[in-house]
Design a protein around this ligand. Structure first.
Ligand code: ADP
Ligand code: MG
Ligand code: MG
Length: 923
């Protein structure tokens, strides 16, 4: 749903409040039929769409209805009120549900109990809270007992309901309830929750109600219809809680999409030993292996499995205890995987041996698992290569490039304990025991491991910055595990031998004590935990790419390569790399880049022994001295270019002439002043002091108030044409040398920061003249192009004129963003975060292209440029060239290629394929 559509719902709400018939806001599912289906995630949220789809497929799903995401927006637009017409529509659906369920909300003899479940378009683990057993009150609980003959079950359900309702809706801290629960458990000598009998649970209910009375100031609401309204509104409110907002910020999920509310008849996993509740995956979300994967608990409800209160059993065990339900579960989930053509993450409950499906969705997975699942499914003929390409999140490929431990180093330290391998990867860092501390230390440049008994959604900022996450409780589907996998963070959970004392900032394990700041390492693939620091090792993929591992020996590389080879078939845009030096170019080529989109020559000036020569050039106060210094630089640059060309095997190489302001090559003004003062203080005179003084004078002369807007880019080439001359000569000489060796070369000489066609004309004349001379001298002819970077808004807006000279364009979107917004790249950090918090900007425009502003300028530049020169080659070489959502935009505007940093080349290949496929279908 777009912002516009959200706006429309407000109008709809007005109408709904008046005439009441105009629009549908509530969608029923039950008895084999549903109003919705899988394609209605925008309206029903992921959970609601999944429940509808499963119902339509004839799967055993308890009936219910979904209040659409539009109502969430209306709720906020109407100052946290639901219009009466929508209330009536909900009432109608309650009646329909009562009929389907054969029970009545609020009835004493036969009460209908429901769950109230949030569910946005994108799943947000642990962000929203579900309320179970709604509809119970003091009378209904007795009715439930009479009806089932199971008092323990009735009161277990009631105490759960009061606690969930109390914490989520009435916002009473969970501790207050847990404290009472613990007290009753202690008094009755129970070890597990399930050990509590009816009498003890009645006591719990009694205590919970007095907690509510005390903290809420009123008695626990007894009217089920009131309960339902309050719960529904609490779900809507939770959409805007701090955790949810933070989660959306990290994952770039817009606020305006809202959450749906699902109201569903309860089924009970807590009626006794023939009942259970569980969650699972059709394949391993950690490794992608094709194995049925999950956990369950006998005699339990809902969140018990993921909350870590009891340690769940692996799902295989279910086959032994409840074989019929297990078999049915396997059949259904296999069917779901085929139906959705993706690995599924499902939730189920077994009530007295009867299986019910409560949720299905595409399973979150690690980058490893994503690649393994996609390639396996093609091999199984479940999906086509095209579908496989669409199945993998490009960003997740980065995980495959992340380092692991050096096995030799890892072997040296004995494992102190082992936990569940929740998310693969090697993590080593200093132990911290709170999320805030993690952030604080990481800001100080430390690497940390976040150690927690179990994580909660409030820890998300700490999890985000940590090297890895280590917990003592919880299973493979606990919060830490789910979030860890999604973030691609190495995680080991449920390492039960860790006695963690978060308050004292330490843990004990096997008689050893580990304090905050001590080093801890673990392997997220094996689950092993070690004390100390272990050096890591390049990933398998990188080893193959660097030719230290035989590709045949790496199954992972084979799959990675397969997926990217498929991607290459579907993408339209070329993929180049930003690489300045031969070894970077080689790496980029090995990752699949075909061409260099940006070779920054100034980086070559920083090479060993070069800075003094560069400084000599800058200090020269006449052309002759400057040329002498440039002559010294020439062979060095030529050798660099030679290497870069060679590494690209004949693909195009775009070389940018010098760009940064010259002061960047000189010492800092402040440092020089100190040096001069110090030398003067010694009373000595001499060459050193004179040189420093001269340097300082030149630095002061070059000083600029806004260097990024100052004497740089093409402006340098125009004022010091001899620099452009030297660089051209170096490029062409290198190219000639390769041509003589029989190697193909395709140099593209790029002039930066052009805003006026005459700037480019001036430089192009120099390039062509020197190139001609050089080729004549060498006796070789080579083809080369002269083009420009489009990074000044004026350049884009006059692209038709500029294209008269330019043989190619490359959008420099870093500077273009800087100049379009007027945000200095170096200072934006001071306010960007606040802009994002206040939603003035949704995203960092330097990371992901600002489509409306900078994007519009790019679009104009492309159109104007091609008007003059229809075959104009156009690419992008800013940071955005490696960003999937920006790549999607570049596909839309019809760029010829994107250029990304070498490590992002795989991400760009996959993202470009997805963009091409999406744009063909959509636009
Ligand atoms: P989340 O989005 O956090 O997964 P859910 O709405 O899926 O929250 O609810 C969590 C759990 O609550 C489910 O996995 C399920 O075990 C339980 N639950 C939800 N609705 C019902 C229901 N109608 N009957 C029985 N259990 C339910
Ligand atoms: Mg769920
Ligand atoms: Mg630039």
């Amino acid at each position: 749903m777009s912002k516009k559509a959200a706006g429309k719902t407000a109008g709809g709400a007005g109408k709904a409040g008046g005439a009441g018939r105009s629009k549908k806001y509530v969608y029923f599912f039950g008895d084999g039929k549903a109003d919705g289906n899988r394609n209605m995630k925008d309206l029903l949220g992921g959970k609601g769409a999944g429940l509808a789809e499963m119902t339509n497929a004839g799967l055993p799903v308890p009936p219910g209805f979904t209040i659409s995401t539009e109502v969430c927006n209306i709720y906020y637009e109407e100052k946290q009120k639901i219009p009466a017409a929508i209330d009536r529509e909900i009432d109608d659906h309650v009646k329909k549900l009562e009929k389907a369920a054969g029970a009545t909300l609020g009835s004493t003899d036969n009460p209908l109990l429901v769950s109230v479940r949030s569910g946005a378009k994108f799943s947000m683990p642990g962000m929203m809270d579900t309320i179970l057993n709604l509809g119970l009150n003091d009378a209904a609980v007795e009715g439930l007992k009479r009806r089932t003959g199971n008092g323990r079950f009735a009161f277990d359900s009631y105490r759960r309901f009061i606690q969930m309702f109390g914490s989520v809706v009435l916002e009473i801290p969970k501790d207050a309830f847990e404290h009472e629960f613990g007290a009753v458990k202690k008094a009755s000598g129970a070890k597990l929750d399930t050990d509590l009998d009816e009498k003890a649970l009645r006591d719990v209910v009694f205590r919970y109600k007095s907690v509510v009375q005390k903290k809420f100031g009123k008695s626990f609401p007894q009217d089920p219809r009131e309960q339902l309204k309050m719960a529904r509104d609490a779900v809507f409110r939770s959409w805007m809680n701090a955790r949810a907002i933070e989660y959306r910020r990290i994952y770039d999920i817009p606020d305006h999409i809202g959450t749906a509310v699902n109201v569903q008849m309860m089924v009970f996993g807590n009626t006794g030993d023939r009942s259970a509740t569980g969650v699972g995956f059709t394949r391993s979300p950690a490794t992608g292996a094709k194995e049925f994967y999950g956990e369950f608990l006998i005699n339990a409800q809902g969140e018990d499995v993921v909350s870590g209160v009891r340690t769940p059993q692996p799902i295989r065990e279910l086959e032994k205890v409840l074989p019929k339900a297990y078999k049915q579960l396997r059949e259904i989930t296999t069917r779901l995987e085929k139906h959705y053509k993706d690995m599924q993450d499902f939730e189920f409950t077994i009530q007295d041996e009867r299986l019910f499906m409560l949720q299905t969705r595409s399973g979150k997975r690690t980058g490893f698992a994503a690649v393994v699942v996609a390639t396996d499914m093609v091999a199984e003929k479940l999906i086509t290569p095209k579908e496989a390409v669409l199945l993998v999140d490009p960003e997740s490929l980065n995980q495959l490039l992340a380092p692991g431990f050096d096995p030799d180093e890892w072997q040296k330290i004995p494992a102190v304990t082992r936990g569940l391998p929740a998310s693969p990867g090697a993590a080593s860092g200093q132990a911290v025991f709170s999320a805030d501390r993690a952030v604080e230390w990481v800001n100080q440049g430390k690497q940390v491991i976040l150690v927690r008994r179990e994580t909660v959604p409030d820890d998300i900022h700490g999890m985000f910055v940590a090297q890895g996450i280590l917990t003592a409780t919880g299973g493979m589907t606990s919060h830490a595990a789910v979030v860890g996998r999604q973030m691609g963070k190495p995680s080991v959970v449920g390492a039960g031998e860790l006695e963690i004392n978060e308050a004292a900032k330490q843990f004990n394990v096997k008689g050893q004590s580990v304090k905050e700041g001590d080093f801890v390492s673990f392997d997220g693939l094996s689950g092993e935990v070690k004390l100390g620091r272990v050096a890591s090792k390049p990933s398998e993929i990188l080893q193959v790419v660097n030719k230290t591992l035989d590709p045949k020996k790496s199954d992972l590389f084979r799959r990675f390569n397969q997926l990217l080879t498929w991607s290459d078939k579907f993408r339209r845009m070329g993929i180049r790399a930003n690489a300045d030096l031969p070894d970077q170019a080689e790496l980029a080529y090995a990752f699949g880049a075909r061409g260099i989109g940006l070779c920054r020559t100034e980086h070559m000036f920083f090479g060993e022994g070069r800075i003094p020569i560069v400084q000599k050039m800058i200090l020269a106060d006449n052309e002759k001295d400057r040329r002498r210094a440039l002559d010294e630089l020439l062979p060095m640059q030529r050798d660099d270019f030679y290497g870069v060309f060679k590494a690209m095997h004949g693909e195009a190489v775009t070389i940018r002439t010098i760009d940064p302001p010259l002061h960047e090559f000189l010492p800092k003004r402040e440092d020089l002043m100190v040096d001069v003062a110090r030398l003067e203080a010694t009373g000595k005179t001499g060459r050193q002091l004179d040189e420093k003084k001269k340097l300082l004078a030149r630095v002061e002369q070059l000083h600029e108030f806004n260097p990024m807007l100052g004497h740089r880019g093409v402006r340098l080439g125009i004022t010091y044409p001899e620099i452009t001359e030297m660089q051209t000569r170096a490029i062409i000489e290198a190219a000639c040398r390769l041509a003589k060796e029989g190697v193909k070369v395709m140099p593209e000489i790029m002039i930066p920061l052009v805003g006026l066609v005459k700037e480019l004309r001036d430089q192009k004349a120099i390039v062509n003249r020197v190139a001609e001379q050089t080729m004549n001298a060498q006796g070789v002819k080579i083809k080369y192009l002269v083009g420009t970077m489009i990074e000044v808004p004026r350049g884009a807006m006059t692209a038709d004129q500029i294209a008269e000279e330019a043989q190619f364009f490359s959008f420099g979107t870093n500077d273009l963003t800087q100049l379009t917004f007027g945000f200095s790249r170096d200072d934006v950090g001071k306010f960007l975060r606040i802009y994002q918090e206040r939603k003035i900007l949704e995203r960092d425009p330097f990371a992901s292209i600002d489509v409306d502003g900078v994007g519009a300028i790019v679009r104009t530049g492309v159109q104007l440029g091609r008007k003059t020169r229809p075959d104009l080659k156009i690419g992008v070489c800013g940071e955005h060239g490696g960003d999937p959502s920006s790549i999607h935009f570049f596909e839309q505007v019809g760029l010829d290629y994107v250029s990304a940093s070498p490590y992002r080349v795989p991400v760009a290949r996959l993202a470009a394929a997805q963009a091409a496929l999406a744009v063909k279908v959509g636009d």
